[in-house]
Design a protein around this ligand. Structure first.
Ligand code: EPZ
Length: 430
């Protein structure tokens, strides 16, 4: 199993290209199930989660062609991929595929909309919380779906003549359930109104792509999305938006180590709340024509309290990274997690590096320390793992991050991007 060895202490200086967003690419790829034409996606990141979804889509009959031309010269960076699903050959998404990645459950929407039926394994437990699927089921029921949960599978059937437009107000904001309802509603008969919808930039990106495919959607990015059903969708060409979580992660890394880095090809408007917080912590951040420039000013790291919230609030996917930064602040900060009930696994690992953090329910109290010291660490989810990398970059001595496959799920060429900016980071394969 691969590990990442970090020798901490260096500032970061240089340019880091920001990849296409994992959490936009996944639903966009799933949208290819809605049409028999070719959907071309540019800027698809080269990540383990994307590869896993390619296998799942292949199982349903999607033909995948990766374009020869690399967007950047180096092998392995974001690619342009054609997805063509002439016919859906299987409406079942089996346990052994779905259990590896929660987002694969989202195929239920397009399969049901296009074929009138879907049998999809429940995604199962996840390290960051129970993550149920009740909101998906309630939303699809509002479109007329008949549902049955049995033997670990959800079987969904559309009424004769297909799904029907409906009205649903989410009792809690869910990114995945909003994606699924929006996709399902595109081919329903009549108009669907989705209230208390998620407003994440990835929702807007999916809506843009669906509109390019012929869908009639308005309001994406606001709390109310309206979808007027059409009889069929066509192919389209769409570029995946930049990854705001990768952007925020590297911005926090620079705030941690000091230095001066251009995050190339990204847009600060995608993560304003996180950038505002980082500014309060002491980073100087400016949007340039080519990306975001992040510089750590000379005043050290200031303590800042945060609470995670659905977009446009501070994203849960940057909570662990921000906590890593706060371990070196000059005071006490409080970090409250409101989205997932078990997203503090990094706390005990950060403590192995010398951090002083105490937990009380959903709130962490982080007392900044003068120094962190390297140690072997591991984490059980993607963002927790990268928080350990950030801490390792500032720790004295060597930090070995185990279970690197978590990082490979969501960070394209992490060690290469950091090394180019002066960090001492290497992958150790065994
Ligand atoms: C998406 O997950 C992201 N994943 C997550 O990123 C992200 O943390 C999360 O949104 C919140 O921003 C992708 O986009 C692929 P939710 P999703 O449904 O859609 C509860 C990462 O590291 N809920 O918005 O699964 C749920 O338990 C990942 O890249 C229900 O109760 O998240 C959670 O508490 C991890 N019932 C809250 O809603 C449901 O039916 C928000 O979850 C669905 C969700």
């Amino acid at each position: 199993m691969d590990r990442i060895r970090i020798s901490g202490g260096n500032e970061l200086r240089g340019t880091i290209p920001i990849s296409g967003a994992k959490n936009a690419a996944l639903p966009l790829m799933i949208a290819s199930l809605l049409t028999s034409d070719t959907l071309t996606l540019e800027n698809v990141p080269h990540l383990a989660d994307v590869e896993q979804l390619l296998r799942i889509l292949g199982n349903h009959g999607v033909d995948v062609a990766v374009n020869g031309r690399r967007e950047r010269q180096e092998e392995g960076y974001s690619r342009t991929i054609n997805f063509t699903c002439r016919t859906i050959v299987d409406t079942t998404a089996p346990y052994d595929l779905v259990s590896k990645m929660r987002a694969s459950f989202w195929v239920i929407g397009p399969l049901l909309a296009r074929e009138g039926r879907a049998r999809v394994s429940l995604p199962g437990g996840c390290a960051i919380g129970t993550r149920p699927v009740d909101l998906f089921l309630d939303g699809l029921q509002a479109l007329g779906a008949i549902l049955d949960v049995d033997g670990g599978y959800v079987t969904a059937t559309a009424p004769k003549g297909g799904l029907v437009g409906g009205h649903y107000s989410f009792p809690k904001v869910s990114v995945g359930a909003t994606h699924v309802m929006m996709m399902a509603a595109t081919l329903a008969n009549g108009t669907t109104v989705i209230e208390n919808a998620a407003r994440e930039p990835e929702i807007v990106d999916l809506a843009k792509c669906l509109i390019a495919m012929g869908a009639k959607i308005s309001g994406a990015g606001t709390k109310t999305i309206t979808v007027e059903g059409v009889t069929s969708l066509s192919g389209a060409r769409h570029r995946v938006l930049p990854d705001r979580i990768e952007t925020g992660t590297y911005a926090m890394a620079v705030a941690m180590t000091g230095g001066d880095v251009l995050l190339e090809g990204t847009d600060g408007a995608l993560l304003e709340s996180a950038l505002d917080t980082l500014r309060l912590a002491g980073a100087e951040i400016t949007q340039t024509e080519t990306g975001l420039r992040v510089v750590r000013n000379g005043n050290g790291i200031q303590p800042v309290d945060i609470t995670t919230e659905p977009f446009p609030g501070f994203p849960t996917d940057l909570q662990a990274q921000f906590m890593a930064l706060m371990t070196r602040s000059s005071g006490v900060s409080h970090i409250t997690e409101t989205i997932f009930e078990n997203r503090f696994m990094h706390v005990q690992e950060l403590a192995r590096l010398g951090a002083r953090i105490s937990l009380s329910g959903q709130m962490a109290r982080v007392e900044g320390v003068g120094r962190l010291t390297g140690a072997p660490v591991m984490a059980t989810d993607l963002r927790a793992s990268v928080s350990l990398v950030i801490a390792g970059l500032a720790a004295e001595g060597e930090t070995m991050v185990n279970r690197v496959y978590h990082l490979d799920r969501g960070f394209e060429r992490l060690e290469e991007k950091l090394t180019r900016c002066g960090a001492v980071v290497e992958r150790v394969s065994e």
